[in-house]
Design a protein around this ligand. Structure first.
Ligand code: UDP
Length: 239
């Protein structure tokens, strides 16, 4: 069966979401647009849409093979993938294996510091507020999720972190931190949704510590496209 985009349901910073003839399926189209710092910095990264579509598809196929339930159905073409329609839980779940970015600054530690534990955070998905960092009590107060749902989300996130760290380290890439999102499918089940790409992960080369992710765009480090290509090529070797 071939699937076609019907109506655009939503346009985000890096993707568009379209309805299909099947009410339970959507098509996600990956754009080249890049934003950072809550869209204060804007630009495009040549071929990012096609690179991220392929990277996230490879990662989702791997996670699903390891038993993680997700929205992903299949990659349709260069820029598009077919996914289950979900209602997104308005929480960004951030996992930090190594301290970097704003967290390193806020905590007053050097970027690259290895904490003795893994840090899990929640941010409330609300652009107007700049996606603030919240705790689980705030999330329940906001009606974003119940305590049981948050417990489930953190337990799945822990599994995903272990699986992703394993996947990347095989290709000499350190998974520093990453952000994931969850959605509820038509039966109300919470499943992994949204993308996992160098836009949403910090990925460092194990030997040189070179940044192979969106920090190259955020910090004007150059060779942004090349970093995404490098990640795709290394993942393709493992898969
Ligand atoms: N992240 C994301 N979307 C966001 C915020 C963060 O994908 O809206 C990812 C980001 O790429 C990084 C991780 O989540 O891999 C942690 O980001 P952090 O909060 O440290 O961002 P910073 O403020 O340092 O840029």
């Amino acid at each position: 069966m071939s699937y076609e985009k019907l109506e655009m349901l939503y346009e985000g910073k890096a993707k568009q979401v379209y309805s299909t003839a099947d009410p339970n399926l959507i098509i996600i189209y990956y754009k080249d647009d890049a934003t950072a710092f809550n869209a204060v910095k804007r630009g495009t990264i040549e071929d990012k849409g096609s690179l991220n579509n392929e990277i996230t598809a490879l990662i989702y196929e791997y996670l699903m093979a390891q038993g993680i339930e997700t929205h992903f159905v299949k990659k349709l073409n260069d820029r598009e993938q077919l996914c289950k329609k979900v209602s997104i839980v308005p929480l960004e779940v951030v996992t930090r294996n190594i301290l970097a970015g704003s967290t390193a600054r806020i905590l007053g530690v050097e970027e690259g510091t290895q904490p003795p534990n893994i840090i899990y955070e929640l941010c409330y998905k609300k652009d107007a507020l700049g996606d603030p960092l919240i705790n689980e009590h705030h999330a329940v107060a906001l009606g974003a999720a119940t305590y049981d749902e948050i417990k489930y989300i953190f337990s799945v996130t822990e599994k995903i972190n272990t699986l992703l760290k394993d996947l990347f380290i095989k290709e000499d890439i350190i998974l520093v931190d990453f952000k994931i999102e969850f959605g509820k499918d038509s039966t109300g089940k919470i499943i992994l949704a949204d993308e996992i790409t160098p836009d949403t992960c910090r990925l460092w080369d194990k030997h040189t510590l070179k940044k192979l992710d969106k920090d190259r765009f955020r910090r004007d480090l150059g060779d942004v496209r090349e970093a995404y290509v490098e990640i795709l090529q290394r993942l393709k070797k493992t898969n």
